[in-house]
Write a new protein. Structure first.
Lengths: 331, 301, 293
């Protein structure tokens, strides 16, 4: 009974997820086509300016841009359901292939940023909670608020100015030097973008860990644990942190798209060949098919991570899973 | 003086849906009338539909069937309601049971009292809205110093007085009070009931007083209707009802009143009433002049 | 008349002790002063920043800060000192307008959703989730594209329109809690309409909890404007704002002209910091008040 209920619940959620992604894609399709601009520029480049009206009409027809938007939409949807997302006007390749060739770079950047943010924020949060209201806590909190206010693009510029131009320690753009390069070269190129990504997000999560831990420390069971004679460290790590962790993990799951999306700006400033630069280009040059696929992708990531967060919450929090076992249905 | 009927409730039925197929019948064929200038008491155990009746009368709920005629206007009929909206909203006022939740905790007392006047865009007879609020506050027996207080700063009795002042500010013709004393201490209850009696004598408004405290009803009301499971089982002038209750439910209800005399109180035996369902074929008969009772139709035959 | 009052018996209000002046702890004085200084400077920019911010002095491109040009000139020969104040005015305007737009949208949407029947409420909330799932930068770009040519006002509208969901959620939760309370019913029976209820009864209850979000939205909007303009997706180069000033920084990087990057960015960051600390203070004082109640 309980398993059946759960399956039903998740099925419902999956259905709403599909519906949401569908609505999102539909909206983006219409809005992007209403926008002024010439998609032919993306395909033909400067040649567009020398085209005769006839040639333009032919070119538009070839790309299927002459039909009413709804016809275009239905055609796109039909093909997309078969896994054909059309070609990118700019790269003249399958949109999926373009994305596949870039996705790795973004995953490396975002993944590194995510892992670092995750571990550092846990560390800093515990540190601050441990020294609550002490000098270290105060300095870190102030510093964190300040750092989270700095716009990412400007931080990137300052980093480039300091580390690439003045000090000449690290390269300022790209994912690797021309002509390849080894692991060290890749890491050197990653260093600046990753640190900007981490600096932009770290404090928010660290602060959250700190506050969550302090909430736990105020709870009565901590008094009990202390009276049993447990050390501060044991109480903090075995009891408080353990209780704070599920909500933190689910927060992190929701944040996956945030951190991946955060690379959007950073990639653009550092000319890092990832999905961020790609979406920037595709919006700017109206590379419709590419744009649609990117939206589909990001929408899916957002919704899936939301579901993952719910799942984590249910699985890891013993209170919630006990409720599940007792057959209490979710509202 | 001819008895002019101010409020005429006819065969009101209201259900609360529980699920798609099940529902609770809160009002079942409820009919009663209120004559201009009288105090009509509606009593019954909790869950008998008194509050629902009050809210239907105030147009807060729409009954499924039945009519509510106020001055001859069918207020349940949207068109008629809209046509007379201002008059209806101004001349009928409501006092709720729980003054803690019927006054916005973030509004000052003077704003609360002036709210209906502001809403109806009435020019206050005493100059400003504040002066009017001050007058009404004095009228219900409170110091004008409370005008700038917030409801959480007042006691329960004071809050209820403010709620009454708000209702009276509109010079209503019909005041509906939905268990106005149920959430108060006994000593404060007496104060408020006295206040009601005094105000009604001064203003002459008609008053629908809903309560489950029978002693207060006996003291205050001219006529009393007894409700059970959404139906009226007995209706009579107060003195007559308390002297000679006819319906078994009324008898049980009256026997539950504690007597302020320990010796007689000990001898008091509350009656029990087990008529879980009233038989549907019951008939409404006039047992003696103006004394109506719901009789089981099968007895008659 | 007096006799009537005596019968019900008025008990005079006992005199209350004089309220102690409350000391506001942790008020962000420094931030408030800095912010008002920047805002005042931007509003009164005509008085002291006399140079035309859009005049391109091509003989003095990328001049470092000095006596002639206090903050230097950018790569197009414009005086940065003037641009800071004139551009700041626009940036602040966009921030405040966008926050106002998002607040109005959020409050109306949240209140409608809170008052609506269950199915409509669920649908509206699902809609906000979808809205949230579009990356905000992409959303602004798309909306901007749909509105046509970028002007400060249209950009403010777009940024505001992309950032209202958090407020809507809070307002909806509050309204749902309040909508069945008896004082709402009382006001309804006295003839209060939807907007009256919203203004007099609902708003006072949710304003404390959304106030800091509104302030934070000012911050987000200023940051979004600068980011968009920097990437060339917002305002054009000729419209001077802190963001569009920074869009010249790629060239500045090549020539090592640090002042083109650091000075506008510094102003931007300091403003954001001040707004944030104000917002933080508001949030803390709101939650403190709730705890005391």
């Amino acid at each position: 009974m309980s398993i059946w209920n759960m399956a039903l619940g998740w099925g419902k959620r999956l259905l709403t997820l599909l519906l949401s992604v569908f609505l999102l894609v539909t909206a983006v399709f219409y809005v992007s086509r209403l926008a002024p601009g010439d998609p032919l520029v993306a395909y033909y480049g400067d040649r567009v300016e020398r085209m005769t009206p006839d040639e333009r009409a032919w070119a538009k027809d070839r790309l299927g841009l002459n039909d009413p938007i709804t016809v275009q939409y239905v055609r796109w949807l039909g093909r997309a359901l078969h896994g054909d997302f059309g070609i990118s006007y700019q790269y003249k390749m399958d949109a999926a292939e373009v994305i596949a060739s870039r996705a790795g770079n973004t995953l490396i950047l975002g993944g590194a940023g995510f892992v670092l943010t995750f571990s550092l924020s846990l560390l800093l949060g515990v540190l601050c909670a441990w020294h609550e209201d002490g000098p270290l806590d105060r300095v870190l909190c102030k510093l964190g608020t300040a750092a989270s206010c700095v716009p990412e693009f400007w931080l990137s510029l300052v980093f480039i100015l300091v580390f690439s131009i003045t000090l000449r320690w690290l390269p300022s753009s790209g994912a690797y030097s021309i002509g390849g390069g080894g692991l060290g070269d890749r890491l050197a190129h990653l260093a600046l973008p990753v640190s900007v990504v981490v600096a932009g997000h770290l404090w928010y999560y660290a602060y959250m860990v700190r506050n969550r831990l302090l909430e736990e420390v105020r709870a009565d069971y901590v008094l009990l644990a202390k009276s049993k004679g447990l050390t501060k460290g044991r109480v903090m790590f075995r009891h408080c942190l353990r209780n704070a962790l599920p909500s933190y993990l689910s927060l992190m799951a929701i944040s996956v798209p945030h951190i991946l999306g955060g690379t959007y700006i950073v990639e653009t400033v550092f000319s890092y060949p990832g999905l961020g630069t790609l979406s920037y280009e595709s919006t700017r040059y109206q590379d419709y098919n590419l744009l649609m696929l990117l939206c589909l992708l990001s929408g899916t990531v957002v919704m899936v991570s939301g579901m993952a967060a719910q799942f984590i919450n249910q699985r890891l929090d013993p209170r919630l899973s006990a409720r599940d076992a007792a057959g209490v249905r979710e509202p | 003086m001819p008895d002019e009927i101010l409020l005429d409730v006819q065969r009101l039925t209201h259900r609360y849906p529980l699920t798609r197929t099940m529902s609770v019948k809160a009002l079942d064929n409820l009919s009663f009338q209120i004559i201009r200038g009288e105090i009509y008491g509606l009593v019954g155990e909790s869950g008998s539909g008194k509050s629902t009746a009050a809210r239907c009368v105030m147009n807060l709920y729409r009954p499924q069937t039945g009519k509510i005629l106020y001055k001859g206007i069918d207020t349940c009929y949207p068109k008629a309601f809209r046509a007379n909206r201002r008059m209806l909203q101004a001349s009928r006022q409501l006092v709720f049971q729980d003054s803690a939740s019927s006054l916005n905790p973030r509004m000052k007392v003077c704003d609360i009292i002036a709210e209906p006047m502001r809403l109806q865009r009435i020019t206050p007879p005493r100059g400003t809205l504040r002066a009017e609020a001050e007058f009404q506050l004095k009228y219900v027996g409170m110091d004008p110093g409370y005008l700038d207080k917030y409801p959480p700063e007042l006691s329960g009795g004071q809050r209820q007085r403010v709620a009454i002042a708000r209702a009276l500010a509109m010079e209503p013709e019909l005041l509906v009070a939905d268990e106005p004393i149920a959430s108060l201490d006994v000593s404060i209850q007496a104060q408020i009931v006295n206040l009601f009696k005094h105000l009604q004598a001064e203003h002459g408004f008609s008053f629908l007083f809903i309560a489950h405290d029978l002693a207060m009803v006996e003291f205050l009301c001219d006529r009393v209707g007894v409700m059970y499971r959404g139906r009226l089982v007995e209706e009579a002038p107060a003195a007559q009802l308390f002297a000679r209750p006819l319906h078994p439910y009324t008898q049980a209800l009256l026997s539950a009143i504690p007597i302020p005399d320990p010796r007689r109180e000990r001898a008091r035996r509350p009656l029990e009433f087990h008529g879980e369902e009233l038989p549907p074929e019951s008939v409404w008969i006039e047992a003696s002049p103006r004394h109506f009772v719901l009789k089981d139709g099968r007895d008659e035959r | 008349m007096n006799g009537a009052f005596e019968r019900v018996g008025i008990r005079p209000l006992p005199p209350e002790p004089a309220a102690k002046p409350q000391r506001r702890r942790g008020a962000p004085v420094l931030s408030a002063v800095l912010l008002s200084a920047i805002a005042a400077g931007c509003l009164a920019c005509g008085l002291f920043a006399a140079k035309d911010p859009s005049y391109m002095d091509l003989e003095h491109c990328a001049v470092p800060p000095g006596n002639a040009f206090w903050f230097g000139t950018d790569t197009m020969g414009r005086d940065i000192f003037s641009m800071i104040w004139h551009g700041g005015r626009l940036s602040l305007f966009i921030g405040v307008t966008a926050a106002a737009v998002s607040t109005v949208l959020g409050v109306v949407f949240g209140a409608v959703s809170g008052c609506a029947p269950g199915w409509l409420d669920a649908a509206l909330m699902r809609l906000t989730e979808i809205w949230l799932s579009v990356p905000s930068l992409l959303l602004t770009v798309l909306l901007q594209a749909a509105l046509g040519r970028a002007s400060p006002l249209s950009l403010a509208l777009v940024i505001g329109a992309s950032d209202w969901t958090a407020i809507a959620k809070v307002v909806r939760t509050e309204v749902r809690q309040l909508r069945n309370s008896e004082y709402i019913l009382a006001a309804k029976s006295m003839g209060g309409g939807f907007f009256y209820l919203l203004r007099r009864h609902l708003a006072p209850n949710f304003i404390p909890s959304i106030l800091f979000m509104v302030v934070m939205n000012v911050r987000t909007a200023i940051a979004a404007e600068s980011t968009l303009s920097f990437m060339g997706l917002g305002l054009p180069l000729e419209t001077v704002t802190w963001g569009s000033m920074l869009s010249l920084s790629e060239k500045a990087l090549l020539s090592g002209a640090w002042w083109i990057i650091l000075i506008p960015g510094g102003f931007l960051t300091v403003t954001l910091l001040c707004v944030t600390s104000l917002g933080d203070y508001l949030r803390k004082s709101a939650s403190r008040r709730e705890r005391n109640l």
